[in-house]
Design a protein around this ligand. Structure first.
Ligand SMILES: [Zn+2]
Length: 390
């Protein structure tokens, strides 16, 4: 016997668009399907949108996800920026705010800004807090999923073991999900542009280097939540540059935005982008070389996973084609031709919104999962739909 939450999945994944299709697909009785669908409509998870063509008689109405009656608050935290957004349940941003803020300022300062910005987003859009059904935060470090805490980040001193959920979501009684930024960006790019692909690898190159892997529609995190940590592969152990991790010769100490900025006598990876965009020949040559060096490690990732898409994101994606060209050269030169035959190597289509969109998708997938929907329906029996309670 299917639950209402499981019926919702059949509508979400496109298996069924009408009550009649649900009856045929599941073999359940008309009264059972009517009960499930009515409860999903009542709770604002789905609505009837237009009519499907039929072979005669009254045309059946089409069942569709109602993405507008529930809201998601998301925060995308980088080494030197913070961005927040209010989105609907289709990960579409309704309002955003952005500030330059160094994550080294520590969790109290950064997360209290996030909490106040969440409040401003709701005020600005006039949407009630009761419509918020989940909160997501992505940050530039590894994350322990069960506790929602940051672990082992070289870019985030002072954040280890800090409870992020209570600091941003104390005003809301909703699930709070914390994710690594490259993982979130990878899911955002996959969900927006590459849903037909079974494997996507995203490499984010800004101050540091991070990688997100999406396999069969889900983030692959590894047993220690450390999958994709390719920035600290020690490529040239004889190199005398010391990496943020304390080792020498890491690919991050050669190819990250921080490494490029240091080499070029600049402050940040953003400065490097500006120099490249201005056509500085030394900066362009150094950027391409950094892309080639990272491409050596990415060739191994491509050979291992055989992805359909390799996405370059972060500041270095904004250097025109320069960093990307370096990556392409190494990946193609160092991989078997049939491994890369159908590989697309592209820059991020979402740009600096990739983290926001991906984190909203993570919350959406959680909130609309069969277990979460069934639990919400069980606890809200007799209560009005959420958009009337605010
Ligand atoms: Zn390192």
């Amino acid at each position: 016997m299917l639950t209402a939450g499981q019926v919702l999945q059949l509508i979400r994944d496109g298996s069924c668009r009408t009550r009649k299709q649900l009856i045929e697909f599941t073999g359940l009785s008309r009264s059972t399907i009517t009960d499930r669908v009515d409860r999903l409509i009542e709770a604002g998870y789905i609505h009837e949108s237009g009519v499907a063509s039929s072979g005669g008689g009254r045309p059946p109405s089409v069942l569709d996800i109602d993405a507008t009656s529930r809201l998601v608050l998301v925060a995308d935290l980088g080494a030197s920026h913070a961005r927040v957004a209010l989105t609907d349940l289709a990960a579409r941003p309704l309002a955003e705010e952005h500030t330059e803020m160094r994550i080294e300022r520590g969790p109290e300062a950064v997360l209290s800004w996030v909490r106040q910005a969440f409040r401003r987003l709701l005020d600005r859009t006039g949407r009630p807090a009761a419509q918020v059904c989940g909160i997501g935060v992505d940050l530039p470090g590894s994350v322990d999923h069960t506790s929602g805490r940051a672990i082992r980040s070289f870019l985030m001193p002072g954040w280890d073991d800090h409870p992020i959920g209570p600091a941003v979501g104390a005003d809301f009684d909703v699930p709070i999900l914390v994710e690594n930024d490259a993982n979130a960006m990878a899911l955002g790019e996959w969900w927006t542009s590459w849903r037909h692909s079974d494997a996507l690898v995203l490499v984010k190159v800004s101050t540091g280097i991070g990688t997100g892997i999406v396999l069969n529609g889900g983030i692959y995190r590894g047993v220690e939540e450390a999958a994709g940590n390719i920035g600290h592969v020690r490529l040239h152990e004889a190199d005398d540059r010391v990496c943020t991790c304390g080792s020498r010769g890491c690919v991050a100490s050669l190819s990250s935005g921080h490494a490029l900025a240091t080499d070029l006598g600049m402050e940040t990876s953003r400065d490097v982008v500006r120099l490249v965009q201005a056509g500085d020949p030394v900066a362009i040559a150094r950027t391409q070389e950094a892309g080639r060096t990272l491409g050596i490690v990415l060739a191994t990732a491509v050979s291992l996973l055989n992805p359909g898409v390799l996405v370059l994101a972060g500041d270095m994606a904004e250097t025109g084609e320069h960093y990307l060209t370096g990556i392409r050269e190494s990946v193609y030169r160092r991989s078997l031709p049939y491994t890369t035959r159908n590989l697309e190597i592209v820059t991020s289509s979402l740009g600096d919104r990739a983290g926001i969109v991906g984190t909203a998708v993570i919350v959406m997938e959680h909130v609309l999962s069969p277990e979460a929907v069934d639990a919400a329906l069980a606890s809200s029996r007799g209560r009005a739909r959420p958009d009337l309670t605010g």
